[in-house]
Design a protein around this ligand. Structure first.
Ligand code: GLN
Ligand code: ZN
Length: 756
């Protein structure tokens, strides 16, 4: 018998149906029933795909309307006070998105992925109660379709470990209270069927957790797995090895461990312990983070290696993590080069890979079609290695012969000249780059792509948008302007489309947060910049104003971290090729008179390894490549960078080493708390901490922003501070943006008047 297991499945829908219905509902064009209807259809369809692929273990409760950590917060009844007056879906979406009177909860990246979860807020006084029927309902929904699912839950230790303490108490102080609710839930679950599998996701265990947290594992999992006889507990970890935890879990009464053997190779080191404990091992061998077709031979080799330690009857073959992190299906990719397409597998294709590898491994008789699929798989993998599409000798040589790796001038000298050159004083106002992507802009792009309008018509529209952006910014009195990025669908895709070595999909969307999806490019070959990518748009914008227009580029580390990257050479090598391309663009921009250039490294932190032992290596090549990408900037060219997060405590020295003249960051949701580290380390460069949260439609008042600026001034001197929103504005609507930015400039003027 084959035994295949899927950790979790994407939920946004193969045509982003969930996104569409949510956004319709939020803009009050539909009611919640429609959302529920679409959600039900999607779940049904996703279960069916897995069933058709013969997956033996399929999940329920991997679906969520916004985020499954938020679902867990609701489940546990851990509702922050400011939302207590709300109910049901209004409560749920307000926690996620905020409204006029209640700021949204913080959002942050899920481990080293680009998925964002809503951060639970916990205090000593948080009370918990079992507060949701979602899990039971979803289980029954599947059951009605004749499907017996395993139930996915976020494990209690990871849940608390990812939450933030709002009163400085230790969040784990609450562990018993949380476990108590989980036990109540398990009681409920146990009534659903004779035997039920519950998967607790505990990815926190792949980090270097301290002994205190480690000491919770045994009592918590004994408690959860001992008491109810018809529930089989799986503990799932992913993205890295979790050996410290595994060694403890083998001594609890859980049924199985799900481990990631793709990104956690070291999991191989504890197989004997697992075998001795008689636990079942759910072996993640199908990559849930990347999109390359599995090499079946390698998969079988890996499984054989594992089974040399673990009895085959205790083995189940699985995805390395939830398939949430890969796009849905290749079936809509009509435009991909056939050759490239033959190298790929998205979530649906991975289901088939998983089931086939599992069949092969468990010696199930294969039918002719399956045998030919395996044969084709091996051929495609050989073909990919040798394809001429992948290698560009010219670029390889250029990289070998690189002479300049960083800027020649030091910051101290640079900033003096720049301040004179640009003539700014303090609390300089700017934005992060993008302005709202309106339906018209999208329509224009779509028409152009579909050849319904000419290049001239397309560009005319873009220019019109830039004109409007520039005049709006001048009108409200911003200091440093941007062109608004109307020509960009996405900050990575845009660049990838102009670079050799990248391929693009039509529909390979991956959920980033809530209804937001990204469509990462595929880097399959050597990267080369054949032509300038942004110069004409930025210089056009500059020609419309006497104020400074800041050029906008995406940095090499971010392009890398937000792409699906080839796995045949090192990531650092791919980053170097991209850095070289960006360096050439920086140079072309400055030659064209654009002297302020922002190189966004929104995803710099995302690439951080989860294990401390691997951090130094990453930091070294990531900083190197950022510096390489701006190495050609002259002394009076001011390099900005932007990062989409707020926790800099661990990495502040590395950020400083990147040596950008100005960095804008995403601290708006956390007041000035997170800025303090910049002061503590006597950070030299200039900083724009982000004074309002753009992830919510809420318009911050002048007063509120005055307060926020004052709070920032308590930490850093005014000369070192820039004032800006905390990220790009492309996801917002014009009326919100206009009012918010007006308020922002007014707030700065109020503060400045006080100084004068
Ligand atoms: N310049 C980009 C924008 O404004 C930056 C976005 C980001 O960092 N995520 O959209
Ligand atoms: Zn950002």
């Amino acid at each position: 018998m084959q035994k295949s297991y899927v950790i979790g499945f994407p939920r946004i829908g193969e045509k982003r149906e969930l996104k569409k219905v949510l956004e319709k509902y939020w803009s009050k064009q539909s009611d919640f029933n429609e959302v529920k209807y679409v959600a039900r259809q999607l779940k049904r369809r996703h279960w069916n795909y897995q069933k058709q692929a013969n997956i033996s273990f399929i999940s329920s409760n991997d679906f969520s309307l916004y985020d499954n950590v938020l679902d867990t917060t609701i489940l546990l009844g851990a509702i922050p006070k400011r939302f207590e007056h709300l109910k049901d879906e209004e409560l749920y979406f307000t926690m996620a998105r905020g409204n006029d009177s209640c700021p949204a909860m913080e959002m942050t990246k899920w481990f080293n992925t680009n998925y964002h979860y809503i951060v639970p807020e916990i205090s000593k006084n948080t009370t918990f109660k079992l507060n949701s029927k979602k899990i039971i309902e979803e289980y029954n929904e599947a059951k009605e379709l004749g499907l017996k699912t395993k139930i996915n839950l976020i494990g209690p230790i990871t849940y608390l470990g990812l939450s933030k303490s709002i009163d400085n108490s230790d969040v784990f102080f609450q562990i018993n209270n949380v476990v108590k609710i989980y036990k109540e839930l398990l009681e409920e679950i146990s009534k659903l069927d004779d035997e039920i599998i519950v998967q607790f996701d505990e990815p926190l265990f792949v980090k270097d957790i301290d002994t205190k947290v480690l000491s919770l594992i045994k009592p918590v999992y004994d408690e959860l797995s001992n008491s109810i006889s018809n529930i089989k507990v799986v503990v799932a970890t992913y993205f890295e090895h979790s050996n410290e935890a595994t060694k403890i879990l083998v001594n609890t009464s859980i049924w199985a461990l799900a481990l990631d053997f793709i990104y956690g190779e070291k999991n191989l080191e504890v197989l004997e312990e697992i075998n001795n404990s008689n636990k079942t091992l759910i072996a993640g061998v199908i990559d849930g983070r990347n999109i390359w077709k599995s090499d079946f031979k390698k998969k079988i080799d890996l499984l054989e290696k594992i089974s040399s330690h673990i009895n085959k009857d205790k083995l189940i073959v699985s995805t390395s993590c939830s398939l949430l992190h890969v796009p849905f299906s290749l079936k809509y990719e009509d435009n991909l080069a056939k050759e490239i397409k033959s190298w790929l597998a998205f979530a649906c294709e991975k289901l088939n890979e998983l089931s086939l590898v599992s069949k092969d491994f468990f010696d199930v008789d294969l039918n002719l079609e399956e045998i030919s699929t395996i044969k084709r798989n091996l051929e495609d993998n050989i073909q990919r290695k040798t394809s001429s599409k992948i290698h560009n000798l010219e670029i390889q040589n250029e990289i070998k012969n690189l002479k300049l790796f960083e800027r020649v001038d030091k910051f101290k000298e640079r900033i003096k000249i720049q301040r004179e050159f640009f003539n700014y004083d303090y609390l300089t106002t700017t934005t992060i780059g993008s302005f709202p992507q309106t339906p018209e802009i999208r329509e224009n792009r779509k028409k152009f792509k579909e050849n319904c309008i000419s290049k001239e018509e397309y560009e005319k529209e873009i220019k019109k948008y830039i004109d409007d952006c520039i005049s709006f910014q001048e009108e409200i009195g911003l200091d440093v302007l941007v062109h608004g990025e109307p020509e960009r669908n996405d900050m990575v895709e845009y660049f990838g489309e102009m670079l050799d070595g990248f391929a693009f999909t039509q529909n390979a969307w991956v959920q980033s947060y809530g209804s937001r999806c990204v469509k990462p490019p595929l880097i399959y070959g050597d990267v080369n910049r054949a032509n300038p990518m942004t110069v004409s748009w930025i210089t056009y914008a500059q020609s419309k104003t006497s104020k400074v227009v800041k050029g906008m580029l995406t940095g090499p580390v971010t392009i890398l971290n937000w792409s699906f990257v080839r796995d045949d050479i090192k990531r650092s090598e791919v980053a170097k090729q991209i850095a070289l391309a960006i360096a050439k663009e920086v140079d072309d921009l400055q030659k064209a008179g654009i002297k302020m250039i922002q190189v966004d490294e929104a995803a710099f932190k995302e690439g951080y390894p989860l294990r401390v032992e691997n951090i130094k290596t990453y930091e070294k090549w990531a900083v190197y490549n950022f510096k390489l990408s701006v190495s050609l900037a002259a002394i009076d060219t001011q390099i900005h960078t932007h990062m989409c997060y707020s926790e800099f405590n661990d990495i502040i020295k590395t950020i400083e080493e990147m040596d950008a003249d100005v960095i804008s960051i995403e601290t708006a949701r956390s007041g000035n708390r997170l800025l303090k580290i910049f002061k503590e380390v006597a950070y030299k460069q200039e900083v724009g901490p982000g004074i309002y949260d753009i992830h919510s439609p809420r318009i911050p008042s002048v007063d509120e922003m005055v307060k926020q600026i004052k709070a920032l001034l308590e930490v850093l001197p005014k000369e070192q501070l820039w004032i800006n929103p905390d990220c790009g504005l492309k996801t917002r609507k014009w009326p919100e943006v206009k009012q918010s930015l007006k308020n922002m400039v007014e707030a700065v003027n109020i503060i400045k008047n006080k100084f004068n």
